[in-house]
Design a binder for this molecule. Structure first.
Ligand SMILES: C[S@@+](CC[C@H](N)C(=O)[O-])C[C@H]1O[C@@H](n2cnc3c(N)ncnc32)[C@H](O)[C@@H]1O
Length: 191
């Protein structure tokens, strides 16, 4: 059921995202999360999917085309730290799946604390009340622990009046299993 942080992220996202919603995949990669979001928003919704690698967006485009979902998705070749430049409207959910492009021989290109932190800030600025940000964070590869610490540090400082933050860890697994952070923008009274 919840064998991995990503499974849990998908579960939370599927509870939050309804047909017609506007959402973002902050790290498109091979497109699996984008595809899941595209299915959830339906033909009346929209997914913005960001990546800094053309190769990642090509793979995502191919996957979406194969699954007949391409028309629901806007692919953006830009960093998620610039999300606000591309999106007009409030988002129901944003997914981050950090690290490098799976299956790519070039592991030099990966998310880093310098851009992930402002990226999460952008996502929170764009979130509608009740909206959700999920972040799957790794610590096993080079540079990942530094990014993990920066992300956790950023999240634990968020104002509890505005945000509920959950941090999930699989504590009996070897080899640095991925962790999940989930941030909910608390709706104000009457929202
Ligand atoms: C682990 S992969 C994402 C996996 C993907 N969600 C999937 O379903 O296949 C991380 C991706 O983040 C991308 N990335 C790195 N820095 C980024 C940034 N600043 N903005 C957006 N994407 C970035 C990498 O190029 C890589 O493709």
């Amino acid at each position: 059921m919840f064998e991995r942080a990503l499974d849990l992220a998908h579960h939370l996202i599927s509870r939050r995202v309804h047909p017609g919603a506007l959402v973002a995949d902050a790290t498109a990669g091979n497109g699996h999360d984008t595809l899941m979001l595209a299915r959830l928003v339906g033909p009346g919704g929209r997914v913005y999917a960001f990546d800094i690698q053309e190769k990642a967006l090509c793979r995502t485009r191919e996957l979406l085309a194969r699954e007949g979902m391409a028309e629901r998705v806007t692919l953006v070749l830009d960093g998620h730290e610039n999300m606000g430049r591309h999106i007009d409207g409030k988002l129901a959910a944003v997914m981050f799946n950090l690290g490098y492009l799976p299956g790519s021989p070039d592991r030099q290109i990966m998310t880093t604390a310098e851009t992930t932190r402002p990226g999460i800030g952008e996502a929170l600025n764009l979130l509608e009340p009740g909206g959700l940000v999920t972040i799957v964070v790794y610590s096993g590869h080079r540079g990942a622990e530094e990014e993990r610490e920066a992300v956790v540090d950023y999240c634990l400082r968020l104002d509890q009046q505005q945000y509920t933050v959950m941090h999930t860890n699989f504590i009996n697994q070897a080899h640095h299993p991925p962790e999940l952070l989930a941030i909910r923008f608390r709706p104000g009274p009457g929202q």
